[in-house]
Design a protein around this ligand. Structure first.
Ligand SMILES: *Cc1c(COP(=O)(O)O)cnc(C)c1O
Length: 444
């Protein structure tokens, strides 16, 4: 199986030559938090299969919903046609999100949703007679996907730098993330201080700005960096003041990941565009959605010959099977008291990883709801990081696999972002494995 794979596949986000020494792991089945390979070895999926899985693999309730839909309708074009799952899902998403969001536009992956939000924002200003508003502001360390538009408004050098000649220019505001704060400075103080640069950018460039795009509270791919909600409150006010849209990319943080259903709730704000994907279908099928306001929708609503319509589409837009999986996922949220239960699990995640703070090669242990990140450093006192070439995180990855956990670090940052069906005992086991892995990875 491994040989067959390596002779025909090209894997995502992978230097394929690594597989000369790093074994590829074919998975035969999944159940709950567990993935099982062909030898019967099991791994706890501590990264929710790239942050998508919420309620475990082969979840009986989501399985049943998808199976039922399969016999009715697998797919239909969404232009000119409609279907029950997409209407019901839109109604429920509008119900769950702030009152200003009244319209759902679908795509089939997170990057595509970001492209939709960027294009819609630009196009809104154009339809409203302000075609000079063409630029976007992003945050340092942000990540919004890999397609060219999404990459252009991201700031992770590893993914972006190579393609710089192909990308539109965005303004980058300095990070609000508390991991950069001075000793003794709180996350809130640092966020306020860092907001001054954002405010200055908005004031100076308001005339040419379409939107600011952010990952609310938690910048995932940029190293699981967390910031205080005050930054979002200030940003919402300033966007209103300067007539600039706010795009909330909750593709990774939506659906309970940060402790509330949506991260923006913690700042009591609403965006003009809300991008959702990943956990939307419980990790079953590719689907994404951009929610926006009636104001935006109305700017496109006109006679056809004015050519103001949003002529954007993807083949699998609003796929019925994916929408059914999403509806089953929302049912679980509604029936199982998930947010409340996650609060207890998050408490356990915090408790079991607290001792790691004292480790001589751990710079910071940070947590936002159902995500804990542990940053390995070369020098604890100065926070000096290990050179990336040493690939210390990869050592943790290998160690964890041996011990039965899928922990896929981001550089030197080890993190847990497990499905919500994980148990306190399994969280304890993950902490032990992480500690062992960090010991092995930092002992020279
Ligand atoms: C994963 C991610 C994306 C991109 O989603 P894909 O489905 O991988 O294209 C965009 N934004 C954020 C915040 C993400 O974490």
């Amino acid at each position: 199986m491994i040989q067959r794979d390596l002779s025909v596949l090209w894997h995502p986000c992978t230097q394929m030559k690594d597989h000369e020494t790093l074994p590829l792991i074919p998975i035969r089945r999944g159940e709950g938090v567990w993935l099982e390979d062909f030898e019967g070895k099991r791994y706890i999926d501590a990264v929710s299969s790239w942050w998508v899985n919420l309620f475990g693999h082969a979840n009986p309730r989501i399985n049943a919903a998808v199976r039922e839909q399969l016999d009715l309708l697998e797919h239909v074009i969404l232009a000119g046609f409609s279907h029950e799952p997409v209407v019901e899902l839109s109604e429920r998403l509008i119900e769950l999100t702030p009152p200003n969001l009244t319209r759902c536009f679908y795509a089939d992956n997170g990057s595509a949703a970001v492209e939709v939000a960027l294009k819609m924002s630009f196009h809104y200003w154009r339809n409203r007679g302000q075609p000079q508003k063409t630029k976007f502001v992003t945050l340092q360390d942000s990540y919004h996907g890999e397609t060219l538009g999404a990459l252009a408004v991201g700031d992770v050098a590893l993914y972006k730098e190579t393609y710089a000649p192909l990308l539109m220019q965005a303004f980058t505001a300095p990070s609000p993330a508390g991991c950069y704060a001075n000793d003794g400075e709180s996350y809130a103080e640092y966020a306020r201080r860092q907001f001054e640069a954002m405010a200055a950018l908005l004031e100076k460039h308001a005339d040419e700005l379409a939107a600011v795009i952010v990952e609310p509270l938690l910048q995932c791919a940029g190293g699981m960096r967390m910031y205080h909600p005050i930054y979002l409150s200030l940003l919402r006010e300033a966007c209103d003041q300067y007539n600039v849209h706010l795009i909330a990319d909750e593709i990774a943080v939506g659906f309970g990941r940060t402790g509330t259903m949506f991260a923006c709730e913690q700042a009591k704000i609403s965006a003009d565009f809300l991008c959702l994907s990943k956990g939307l279908t419980g990790g079953y099928l590719p689907l994404s959605v951009v929610l926006t306001t009636e104001e935006v929708y109305q700017a496109f609503y006109d006679d056809y010959i004015k050519l103001n319509a949003f002529l954007h589409s993807h083949s699998y837009t609003g796929n019925p099977l994916a929408c059914r999986a999403a509806l089953a996922t929302l049912d679980i949220f509604a029936q199982d008291n998930v947010i409340e239960n996650n609060r207890k699990l998050a408490q356990v995640m915090g408790d079991v990883t607290r001792p790691l703070r004292d480790h001589p090669h751990v710079g910071e242990v940070r947590q936002q709801g159902m995500v804990v990140a542990i940053e390995m450093v070369k020098d604890k006192a100065t926070r000096q990081s290990y050179p990336w070439q040493e690939r210390r995180g990869l050592r943790v990855y290998r160690y964890a696999l041996e011990k039965g956990a899928l922990l896929r670090p981001l550089g030197n940052v080890i993190y847990f972002m497990p499905p919500y069906v994980i148990t306190p005992e399994q969280i304890q086991l993950l902490a032990e494995i992480a500690l062992g892995g960090i010991e092995v990875a930092t002992d020279d």
